[in-house]
Design a protein around this ligand. Structure first.
Ligand SMILES: Cc1cc2nc3c(=O)[nH]c(=O)nc-3n(C[C@H](O)[C@H](O)[C@H](O)COP(=O)(O)OP(=O)(O)OC[C@H]3O[C@@H](n4cnc5c(N)ncnc54)[C@H](O)[C@@H]3O)c2cc1C
Ligand SMILES: *[C@@H]1O[C@H](CO)[C@@H](O)[C@H](O)[C@H]1NC(C)=O
Ligand SMILES: *[C@@H]1O[C@H](CO)[C@@H](O)[C@H](O)[C@H]1NC(C)=O
Ligand SMILES: *[C@@H]1O[C@H](CO)[C@@H](O)[C@H](O)[C@H]1NC(C)=O
Ligand SMILES: *[C@@H]1O[C@H](CO)[C@@H](O)[C@H](O)[C@H]1NC(C)=O
Length: 428
């Protein structure tokens, strides 16, 4: 298995619980931004809960329709030093990327839900220019009507064009230019803060000739608001799918050959975006459940935690920007050779950091917050003390079984505290 783990590129997983999805019980989910005149707005992701189980409360939200409206919204924020975050109509991303920084006075959400009127196909040049708020399904349908196809797309069509490229969303191919959608972005418009003489916000029209284009393609919403995206197309094609049920014993020896031989599989490819994958990568997907009650650990959660730490810290796996728990992002800066170039572009385009947040400061600059009781249960930290696990439920901080450097929350039946001790644990 050694070589397999070394080549393991992206480890990602979808966290939330079946029971939580059931409590949301809406199809489609409710809009991510909900506002009341008196109390302001709440932002949720489509799962209805953030990784830290805390709300994201923001005083106001704007719903612009055009690129110029977007520019005016950014200008307002830049002039008044209001923190902003872009929110799509869907808000499918699991990490708390879209929640603005609330510790510096005012903040505002800017939705792209209504920035969705244009899909312009240039059949002669095999390209499409699309408003960032357009849903992937709408785009696929429109392109298909013209006898064309996107080159790559994620498996899920309920995402926005701006949102999916911003987190490096990918399909599955090592062929051609690769299987991440941003590998096929050939231009984009980015609305960024600007100084007074420029009207406080401006629209950058970027393509591959611009050095900052590589930062803007996968930007986690940190550089500005993408208003339009130009994507490469190809002729429509049919995909034939074969399920090959075989033993996985030799998987680490055969998957490279397999990926080269077949156009699609659960494999992603090289990217030239600063925060995109730099080498051929295999995606490993884990799905697991969490209880409604924040203090209930996952059953045998030490096993998963050890696998997670083995992959991310021993073998250098990269987290999916849209999917992993905070613990997976520890030291992510060191895994991208061009990370500093991305930060340089961030300083250039957003010198006042109006697009930064607690999450991005923690992930990009390694500004880890204090480790709260129970933090390891949500993957908000790696445990170093028992209180980071759930001692009242018998889960204590222990070394890994195989990867000894790991620190995991393991159940120990002999040491479950008595009922009376449970009252000492207070949820804050
Ligand atoms: C069921 C399901 C299946 C999935 N399958 C895949 C898959 O196969 N492959 C894969 O790679 N991913 C997959 N994902 C992850 C998904 O692609 C990402 O979470 C994607 O970012 C979601 O798009 P969104 O429009 O909801 O973006 P959001 O979650 O709303 O936004 C993502 C980030 O981008 C920023 N942003 C949004 N719009 C803009 C804009 N116009 N300009 C600048 N920043 C912006 C936001 O601030 C946020 O930080 C899946 C997710 C789900 C729920
Ligand atoms: C936002 O959440 C708070 C706390 O949960 C709640 O009191 C408030 O009514 C919510 N506001 C909206 C608009 O949903
Ligand atoms: C744009 O989104 C709105 C809702 O946010 C929807 O009603 C409308 O149909 C969408 N426009 C297009 C062209 O699909
Ligand atoms: C405003 O920005 C422009 C372009 O980036 C720059 O040339 C100019 O010096 C800036 N002016 C101020 C007052 O910062
Ligand atoms: C299925 O997998 C087996 C074992 O790796 C391989 O020998 C066979 O060629 C595969 N079949 C197809 C259609 O890929």
């Amino acid at each position: 298995m050694h070589s397999f783990w070394w080549l393991l590129g992206v480890l990602h997983h979808v966290i939330w619980v079946a029971t939580m999805l059931l409590t949301v019980q809406a199809m489609p989910p409710p809009p991510p931004i909900r506002c009341e005149a008196s109390t302001g707005c709440n932002l949720s992701n489509s799962y209805g809960i953030w990784g830290d189980r805390k709300d994201c409360h923001v005083p106001s939200a704007a719903h612009p329709q055009t690129e110029e409206d977007l520019r005016l919204a950014v200008a307002f924020a830049s002039k008044n030093k209001v923190k902003i975050k872009v929110v799509s109509k869907f808000s499918h991303t699991i990490p708390k990327l879209a929640c603005p920084d609330m510790s510096f006075g005012d903040a505002m959400l800017i939705s792209t839900a209504n920035v969705n009127s244009t899909i312009e196909i240039d059949a002669a040049n095999l390209a499409v220019t699309v408003d960032a708020g357009v849903g992937l399904r709408q785009l696929i349908d429109k392109v298909e009507e013209a006898g064309l196809s996107l080159v790559a797309a994620p498996y899920w069509e309920g995402v926005s064009v701006g949102g999916l490229i911003s987190t490096g969303a990918h399909g599955s191919s090592w062929w051609g230019r690769g299987g991440a959608v941003h590998d096929h972005v050939i231009g984009l418009n980015l609305v960024v803060p600007a100084n007074r003489s420029e009207g406080y916000a401006k629209i950058l029209r970027l393509d591959s000739k611009d050095e900052i284009f590589k930062a803007a393609k996968v930007s986690l919403g940190l550089l500005g608001i993408i208003s339009k995206v130009k994507l490469r197309l190809e002729a429509a094609f049919k995909r034939s799918i074969t399920y090959n049920f075989t033993d996985d014993a030799q998987i680490e020896d055969i998957y490279m050959e397999h990926a080269k031989k077949y156009e699609f599989g659960d494999i992603t490819w090289v990217s030239d975006a600063y925060l995109g994958q730099q080498e051929n990568s295999v995606v490993v997907d884990f799905n697991y459940y969490r209880a409604d009650d924040a203090w209930t650990p996952r059953f045998n959660e030490d096993v998963w935690e050890e696998v997670e730490q083995l992959a991310f810290f021993k073998h250098g796996a990269k987290p999916h920007w849209a999917k992993n728990r905070n613990a997976a992002f520890l030291d992510v800066q060191k895994k991208y050779p061009n990370f500093n170039k991305f930060l340089g572009v961030k300083r250039l385009l957003d010198p006042q950091n109006i697009l930064s947040s607690e999450w991005s400061d923690e992930i990009l600059f390694g500004k880890a917050g204090a480790k709260a009781d129970g933090c390891a249960l949500e993957g908000l930290c790696i445990c170093s003390e028992d209180r980071h696990c759930s001692p009242v439920k018998g889960y204590y901080c222990q070394p890994g079984l195989i990867y000894k450097e790991a620190r995991v929350c393991r159940y120990s039946s002999s040491s479950v505290e008595s009922e009376s001790d449970k009252t000492n644990l207070i949820l804050d």
